[in-house]
Design a binder for this molecule. Structure first.
Ligand code: PMP
Length: 381
């Protein structure tokens, strides 16, 4: 395979730490039984992997009781569970204006089922003002505030801690899309105060695709979307209400969960250094992109905190064209288009043209940034 300069971490992180790869292989080769079901050695080994993974992901995310974390297929699945499990016809939600389709589409479906959805608009960088949310909550009884932790287009970090306080004062839940927050931001979910926080396993957490986690704060009971077997209380027709079994019907993605557990252990050891390097390289890339004539960087200005995502638009060369040239001529992998987030692009004024996104993450070096910048200069010349 030709050398690839991988700058698409906001879509999915790659390559993964070797310990994550090893953990997936180990799960498939040494612990391939069905966890929580049979009681033989190979099934118990699988159960142990899941237990360890839940404990370590909880430690990484600052979740006191690991049973408050349910493993789900991804952030999208976690958000669907939180939204559809907590909202009922007649409820009102207040939602941010840069949400990903993983929030926008379930809310659109819920709207059709009788949930009222009111959007609070941020500024051109997508920043939501907590005072605007407070004003929106004062207008009508509200069941939930829904907001992303960070934008996958603008890089903007939302004040979710403040939003939790404001939501709670109004008697509402705070539901957070944490897809672009986890891994890139140091988290203490217990202190943050969100009632539901959905995480992707495969982005900043450095785990495999097809696995994520949903945190539901103690006492926040979402109705499960799937009923089925779990290996416990099998004599009863009703879905168990104990956590996490309530939300994990069916055979889990044991290899993926084992990989996620290894990724959590890796980040517990290396996370601070990785985050510092991500911030340094993001700033370096930002500074150098600003020197390219005709190029505009979306989101907060240089110097303001952001997650390691930089979207750019050129006044002449289309994003799709740049992405194709970067890949085919330089082996630089980036993503062009709307990034499943038309609301965020509407905020930035790029809904028609889309943008080109650089996603920084674990394993990227200064020479990767240098190559990408040189390629951008040449393609946009
Ligand atoms: N929300 C945001 C902001 C995202 O960037 C993504 C991934 N593109 C998702 C939700 C969906 O995450 P997942 O791929 O884990 O379902």
């Amino acid at each position: 395979m030709k050398h690839i300069t991988y700058l698409d971490h906001a879509a999915t992180s790659w390559p993964k730490p070797q310990s994550v790869v090893d953990a997936v292989v180990h799960a498939l080769t040494e612990a391939g039984g069905n966890p929580g079901r049979s009681a033989h050695t190979i099934a118990l080994a699988a159960s142990r992997l899941i237990l360890e993974a839940r404990t370590d992901v909880a430690a990484l995310l600052g979740v006191r009781d690991p049973r408050d974390l349910a493993f789900v297929p991804g952030c999208t699945a976690g958000l669907n569970l939180a939204l559809k499990g907590l909202l009922r016809p007649g409820d009102r939600v207040v939602v941010g204006s840069t949400e990903h389709n993983a929030v926008a589409r379930p809310l659109h479906a819920l709207e059709a089922a009788g949930v009222r959805v009111d959007v609070v608009h941020g500024d051109s960088a997508g920043r939501i003002d907590p005072d605007d949310v407070e004003r929106a909550l004062a207008q009508a009884p509200t069941r939930a505030v829904v907001c992303q932790h960070a934008s996958n287009v603008l890089g903007t970090i939302q004040p979710v801690g403040d939003l939790a306080d404001i939501a709670h004062e109004a008697g509402a839940y705070l539901i957070v899309d944490g897809a672009q927050g986890v891994g890139h931001l140091k988290l203490d979910l217990t202190a943050l105060g969100a009632d539901a926080y959905a995480a992707s396993g495969h982005k900043g957490l450095l785990g495999p695709q097809g696995v994520g986690a949903l945190y539901l704060a103690p006492g926040v009971e979402a109705v499960e979307l799937t009923q089925g077997g779990g290996g416990s209380n099998s004599e009863e027709a009703v879905q168990p209400t104990a956590r996490p079994d309530r939300y994990e019907a069916g055979t889990p993605n044991t290899p993926g969960i084992a990989g996620l557990g290894a990724a959590a252990r890796f980040l517990l050891a290396e996370g601070d250094a990785i985050r510092a390097e991500e911030r340094r390289l993001t700033r370096m890339l930002y500074e150098q992109l600003l020197e390219i004539p005709g190029l505009r960087v979306l989101g907060p200005p240089l110097g303001e905190e952001r997650v390691p995502v930089l979207c750019v638009v050129h006044d002449r060369v289309e994003a799709d064209r740049i992405a194709f040239e970067l890949d085919s001529r330089y082996g630089v992998a980036v993503r062009a288009g709307l990034h499943c987030a038309p609301w965020a692009h509407a905020t930035a004024g790029t809904a028609e043209c889309g943008a080109l996104r650089f996603g920084i993450g674990f394993g990227i070096t200064e020479s990767d940034i240098d190559l990408a910048v040189r390629a951008m200069h040449e393609v946009c010349a």
